[in-house]
Write a protein that binds this ligand. Structure first.
Ligand code: ADP
Ligand code: MG
Length: 581
């Protein structure tokens, strides 16, 4: 077609603009990306068309930002990358989103199909669609400009309907330059109607669950991040309060009801897991984080009955028998249960609830005294005691948390007061989500963010402090610096000069990293110094990094999950023999 005949036919559009228009039409107004061939111009034009495009330093961090944006907003978080290596970097985050049941779309540019498929050695050649497929909920490729509208619609529906997850969208570079008639193009776009339809539970399933609940003498509710994702906060609260049942929040469900709620059994976790007779799971899976519903932790052998609310039917009986499956979305199921409970519902037996409460109060008191210690250098309790108060005074702030000991201690010490205010390592327990999560939390909510990071965990995404400064985001990063992974006092068993495998540079100045890009950087050695620095950062909104000196001897191997490490009989025997010499 000559330019003339194009002009004669009226205005045209192209792949770039159709993709941008399709995203905007569906309210997807933020892109987390790393520019490069072939998507550099796509980012530029998207920014020009009013989409907020945030450029990161590494795709995994952009992907982690998109994943948590999906969790916070119930809309797919959009990550955009270049081909092969950039795509693979983003893929880790897409798999992470899928594992956590969060909606996300990874859009990656790809090389020439004809050359890739004949394996003729194109620039960044890779069959990205095939590689993405097993690692996400769905994967699509768009080859023609007129299919962009449908392709984006399919991606959105796949990401957010039913159990949410990650979707891969393959965009060959040549698609972006394809042209078509502008009016035809506009007609080809699809605005997705009711992308995540309500899923109402069957009435007999509700009746069955109520029967099991009535039979309980020691009932327990477990709230998971699926319940937080659902944004049915009032209904979840009503269900818990009307039932009078003690509840345990999983880590990202903390704050669905305030951690200080009288029914919270967090501080009596061992007791309620062991002693309960009926357990109502609300958007939580019986995976490794709950010892698969069995084990000593649950008081095995046990004859507990489980009721489970989940949008995914195949989740039922995944680990143990579910006596009363409730398949549906949290909001619809909670409201059906509340209705079925009627006006004269008998609350959970007083004998049980008061025993749980007594245990909680005792444990909370014991913990409180430990948090006020003045050890020098600080241990985890002292430093987190200070940060606990920061969040107590600022319940709207969002806490991002990763590390090993830093994660375990912070999860139990820092109370959360509102839904979706705690973002952490999720189902995989993955390190590296820190700066991506912090950036997306600030961008999506506009609230101040406190990122509490182990020094090791921080290292995975630390370069994004430049991104934080560049966009001037209200993020305060607290690095718990104990000179190493787990602990900072590791030894090289060969006696050689190399540092131990788990050691970092001693006395590193992480605060200077933030200063390098114009942010505020401070070192804190005491709880008072830490409080002052963090309070000022949270209130000013200035990008800040507080290098927080923690005793290298505090903390333990792998935090609370050291038992997952395999042990070597050989190494143990050799160490014992050496000790005897
Ligand atoms: P946690 O790690 O907090 O225990 P999980 O990620 O293991 O939580 O479980 C979350 C569960 O919530 C998943 O099984 C998922 O299918 C389910 N889920 C997600 N969104 C909804 C929803 N809107 N309604 C019901 N269940 C949901
Ligand atoms: Mg450390």
């Amino acid at each position: 077609m000559t330019e003339e005949s194009t002009a004669a036919q009226g205005p045209i559009t192209d792949g770039f603009h159709l993709l941008i228009d399709a995203l905007k039409l569906n309210g997807l107004n933020t892109i987390y990306n790393v520019p490069g061939i072939p998507i550099t111009d796509l980012g530029r034009y998207a920014q020009g068309e009013g989409i907020r495009v945030l450029s990161f330093r590494h795709e995994q961090n952009a992907g982690n930002a998109a994943a948590i944006a999906g969790y916070l907003t119930k809309k797919p978080g959009i990550c955009m990358t270049v081909s092969a290596p950039g795509f693979l970097n983003g893929l880790t985050a897409l798999a992470h989103a899928t594992t956590n049941c969060w909606p996300m779309i990874l859009i990656s540019g790809s090389s020439e199909r004809e050359v890739v498929d004949l394996m003729q050695g194109d620039y960044e050649e890779m069959d990205q669609l095939a590689i993405a497929k097993p690692l996400c909920k769905a994967a699509f490729r768009i080859l023609h400009a007129e299919d962009i509208g449908i392709g984006v619609a399919r991606a959105i529906r796949a990401a957010v309907s039913g159990r949410p997850g990650g979707v891969y969208l393959d965009i060959p570079g040549s698609l972006l330059g394809q042209v078509m008639d502008a009016a035809e193009g506009e007609k080809s776009l699809v605005k997705v109607i009711d992308p995540a339809p309500a899923q109402i539970p069957a009435p007999d399933a509700v009746a069955r669950a109520i029967e099991v609940l009535i039979s309980a003498r020691k009932p327990l509710i477990i709230l998971g991040k699926g319940a937080a994702y659902a944004q049915a906060d009032d209904l979840v609260r009503e269900l818990v309060e009307k039932s009078g049942i003690p509840y345990l929040p999983m880590s990202m469900a903390k704050g669905l009801l305030p951690d200080t709620h009288v029914q919270s059994a967090s501080a009596a976790r061992s007791m309620v897991l062991k002693e309960s007779d009926v357990v109502l799971m609300v958007g939580a899976r019986l995976n490794w984080l709950l010892s698969h519903g069995k084990s000593k932790q649950w008081g095995e052998p046990h004859s507990k009955k489980f009721i489970q609310i989940d949008i995914e039917p195949r989740e039922m009986d995944s680990n143990i028998e579910i006596a009363a499956p409730l398949v549906g979305d949290i909001g619809s199921v909670a409201s059906a249960l509340i209705d079925a409970m009627g006006d004269d519902w008998q609350k959970a037996p007083e004998e049980w609830t008061s025993a749980v409460r007594t245990k909680v109060v005792g444990n909370v008191e014991r913990m409180a005294s430990r948090l006020q210690n003045n050890s020098n250098p600080m241990d985890y309790n002292a430093a987190l005691g200070a940060l606990k108060n920061i969040i107590k005074d600022r319940p709207d702030a969002i806490l991002v948390n990763e590390g090993a000991n830093t994660l375990d201690f912070a999860r139990s010490i820092i109370d959360i007061y509102k839904p979706r205010k705690r973002l952490d390592v999720g189902t995989w327990g993955v390190m590296g989500i820190g700066m991506g999560s912090a950036i997306a939390a600030a961008v999506e909510t506009g609230k101040p963010v406190l990122a509490v990071e182990g020094d090791s965990a921080f290292g995975f995404s630390g370069m994004e402090v430049e991104t934080i400064c560049r966009y001037n985001l209200p993020i305060c990063v607290v690095v718990f610096n104990n000179n190493g992974i787990y602990r900072g006092d590791g030894v090289n068993r060969s006696g050689g000069e190399d540092p131990a495998t788990t050691s970092f540079v001693e006395g590193a100045r992480y605060d200077l990293m933030m200063q390098a890009f114009g942010g505020v950087g401070i070192t804190a050695n005491t709880p008072d110094e830490l409080t002052r620095a963090v309070a000022e950062a949270m209130d000013s909104g200035k990008p800040t990094l507080v290098n927080t000196v923690i005793d290298p001897k505090a903390g333990k191997e792998s935090g609370n999950i050291g038992s997952l490490n395999p042990t070597s009989i050989v190494a143990d025997a050799r160490a014992a023999a050496k000790a005897q010499v």
